[in-house]
Design a protein around this ligand. Structure first.
Ligand code: GSH
Length: 216
């Protein structure tokens, strides 16, 4: 099995990077710099014409979109239990959250980070950003509610799934929207626990370029 993940420091690709580390996967990591525009270079656009990370190449198949990338990783490493494939009700809950994260919450952040994706009318950008913050806060409220109702250890069921590192990505982006994470104590406690996991530490080391290419 040959696995390759294209990721970028600070991007949503941290979620699949953590998932691969959590699974103990043998994979090649390809680190792009979004700030340097690596995602717009012809060689990367040939792989993903949208110019976005994450991209997973699994046995030659190009998989884009976090929802599909995370599901592919979870499916390939069943023993890691990264999605509850044998529990339909929990699986539905997991996809519900993955769907909302990728199509709503992430888009809320993009309204702030990348307003040009939505409109060329710069006069509309402040309103777009305000709407984005509102959307993100609604997502955080939902995460906070789930963690408060459960024992706070996981967003789906009672164990780690790929949903958790995806939420961690948003928690780490919150300060860039001037959202105070202290407003979300259960989410913050959960994020801090996730940050202590060895898989997260290894993924962040890869983001920081501390894992040599030859060692990947
Ligand atoms: N819907 C995509 C979004 C991917 C995405 O927007 N990735 C960002 C990083 S978080 C990116 O690559 N941005 C590059 C750019 O905007 O130029 C997914 O869920 O994977």
């Amino acid at each position: 099995m040959v696995l390759k993940l294209y990721f970028a420091p600070g991007a949503c690709s941290l979620a699949p990077l953590i998932a691969l580390e959590e699974a103990g996967a043998d994979f090649e990591g390809v680190r792009l710099s979004l700030a340097d525009g690596d995602q717009r270079r012809p060689e990367f656009l040939a792989i993903n014409p949208l110019g976005r990370v994450p991209v997973l190449i699994a046995d030659g198949q190009v998989v884009t979109e976090n929802l599909a990338v995370l599901t592919t990783i979870a499916h390939r490493f069943p023993r890691a239990g990264l999605l509850p494939f044998d529990h339909p009700a929990l699986l539905a809950r997991a996809f519900e959250l993955l769907g909302v994260f990728s199509s709503v919450t992430h888009v809320g952040f993009a309204q702030v980070f990348r307003p040009e994706r939505f409109t060329d009318d710069k006069a509309a950008w402040p309103a777009l950003a305000a709407g984005g913050v509102k959307t993100v806060r609604a997502g955080f409220d939902r995460i906070e509610r789930i963690l408060k109702w459960s024992d706070g250890e996981a967003l789906v069921g009672d164990r780690f799934t790929v949903v958790d590192p995806y939420a961690l990505v948003f928690w780490r982006w919150a300060p860039r929207l001037e959202i105070d994470t202290a407003d979300y104590p259960a989410f913050t406690a959960h994020a801090e626990r996730l940050l202590r996991r060895p898989s997260t530490r290894r993924a962040l080391a890869r983001e920081a370029g501390l894992v040599a290419v030859g060692a990947e």
